[in-house]
Design a protein around this ligand. Sequence first.
Ligand SMILES: [Zn+2]
Length: 398
Amino acid sequence: MRFIFLTILILISTFGAVLEESRWKSGETLLTFFEKNSIPQKLYYDLDRETKELADEIIAGVRYYTLKENGQIKQVLIPINEELQIHILKKGDKYTLELTPVVYQTVRDSFVLEIEHSPYQDIVKKTGNKKLANEFVSAFKNSIDFRRSLRKGDKIAIVYNEKIRMGKIFGSPVIEAAMVETNGKKHYIYLFEGRYYDDKGREVEGFLLKRPVRNARISSKFTLRRYHPVLKKYRAHLGVDFAARKGTPVMAAGSGRVIFAGRKGGYGNVVIIRHSDGYKTLYAHLSKFRRGIRRGKYVKQGQIIGYVGNTGLSTGPHLHFGLYKYNRPINPLRIVKITKSKLSSKKRKKFMELASKYKSEIENVIATGVKPKKYEEFDFMVSLMEKKSSIKKEGGDG
Ligand SMILES: [Zn+2]
């Protein structure tokens, strides 16, 4: 980003080029944009499939920048999301398109505060960070009933990471450790390998399967044998079908790691997530995957991973949802709550070491009374041109 703006500024001073800021029009695609600006369509068709898909993620109304010289485009910068932007550059007669990351810093922060209204309201008031407040509430939701047990004057403390862009917060914060003190008793949670545990190493989230689609009708239940109308033969149905409109968001039924996201024969577009204790969930016939959902990605329960579709062997748009324990298909509808995962003794040792570090860090935050820092929220739909000082600042702080 800094590099691009510096380049733009150099070009302005050198060639008298003009930098324009515009809003991405609703219905505009990268192709129509190319056409309007006499950029060869080949640039688009030569992109790999993933980048073509990303090009469809440009949000209508987002501010983008063009650098023109004698009315001809030299550079374009289009944000896709908080992480990436499309950068088109003309060198000689040749155009190139690449994705460039949005520059931000990760900052580790901590604070302690006394409850005045509720943890959510007080965190928002003191930090301006709604996402942090949400994370905090959801991390404790299975261990403390805030409404019943918290009193005015009780304390909370948080150690967390957040992204800062141009002096403002954006993206999702990650809470590493947190504490709630009520009635003189301290309750801790610590992040360990993507899950929250209390100070005794018990998982506080629990493993609970959620329905992967909202307001969907079950059109076919789990069975070991079934007549298949397309193949005209018997087949097993090793999952549950949820009939839903094409494009309906599909959510991860539980937190875990994506181990497959791609095409899988009759299942069409499939996402498979590996959870703890040998559980796996499978989501089939997706019309498309959520941006960023790929092998190795960690997803949280309830996070959107894809959209209902009709790919593979399917008679109509629906989600096929499968649950496996150690590769054995089981009926997901029977599994409402699964026993809480326990740490193995080796992991437990690692966890206890980490927990004691976090605990003394939190004790230190409380003892020294570290106050919350308040940031404004970065809105990438807001013009960068109106924030010239911020651009300079970003260019300066490395
Ligand atoms: Zn099915």
